[in-house]
Design a protein around this ligand. Structure first.
Ligand code: AKG
Ligand code: FE2
Length: 252
């Protein structure tokens, strides 16, 4: 098939060819808490392509509105990265099978603690468009560290600000820390579209957002550099800290 005709969305979901053995191994590695399917779609699935096309468009519209709201004259400054033919956006399906609850401690009898299916983290990309079935489990962290459950609604998208958007807005938008819990009675399924720039895209702040009173918080970096740094850390670690300007380096 002609690469140029596929568009970014299809390219991003080009199925990886896993052998049965590799899949089994991957499932084992993820433990039984969360079986993590990455890009295992039937080739040329038009429904999946259409879905990706639609959520990509949604992400772009949201980013354009966001730029407008920040008074950035070039309103496509963020969405351009996602529309790029080399955009590194991906889609991920998560499956959380029902799991027996954890006992609080050995002396208290009721086992009433949900197990963590997907540990605390922020999404590294620009924006995440997430939806799930009607089973709860997603929680987001507030500034004070309190965890707030997100009401499950299969007809609603949950939009997460990712680390790159935090960097590109000089900290005006903050990437949200979140996690997903399992329950003991029903499977949870979720589907996340992670809108990302091309690997060699330079992540910078629109000049209008930097001033003597709001100096640049992060050093410029590429998405490939950020991903490399992220992979070297644990899921819950803060990656942006690695790219933060030292006080004496801050430029207005
Ligand atoms: O399953 C969920 O609701 C959250 C999944 C998630 O955070 C992720 O895939 O990055
Ligand atoms: Fe996430």
């Amino acid at each position: 098939m002609d690469k140029a005709n596929l568009g970014t969305s299809f390219r991003q979901i080009t199925p990886q060819k896993f052998s049965e053995q590799q899949l089994e191994k991957a499932k084992e590695k993820q433990s039984s808490r969360v079986v993590f399917f990455s890009l295992v779609f039937p080739e040329h699935s038009s429904a999946v392509s259409a879905y990706i096309e639609a959520v990509r468009e949604l992400a772009c519209e949201l980013l354009d509105l966001l730029a407008e709201g920040l008074w950035v004259p070039d309103r496509s400054v963020f969405s351009r990265l996602i529309r790029d033919v080399d955009s590194d956006s991906i889609i991920r399906l998560n499956h959380y099978p029902p799991m027996p609850m954890l006992c609080q401690d050995k002396d208290s009898s009721p086992c009433n603690q949900n197990k963590v299916g997907f540990g605390e983290h922020s999404d590294p990309q620009i924006l995440t468009i997430l939806r799930s079935n009607d089973v709860g489990g997603l929680q987001i962290s507030l500034n004070d560290g309190a965890w707030v459950p997100v009401t499950p609604d299969p007809a609603t998208f949950c939009v997460n600000v990712g680390d790159l958007l935090q960097a590109m807005t000089n900290g005006r938008f903050v990437s949200v820390r979140h996690k997903a819990l399992t329950n003991s009675y029903k499977s949870r399924m979720s589907m996340a579209y992670f809108a990302a720039p091309p690997p060699d895209a330079r992540i910078t702040v629109p000049p209008e957002m930097i001033s003597p009173t709001k100096p640049a918080l992060y050093k410029p970096f590429t998405w490939a550099e950020f991903k490399k740094a992220a992979f070297a850390l644990r899921l819950g670690d803060s990656r942006l800290g690695l790219f933060r300007m030292e006080c004496d380096e801050q430029v207005a």
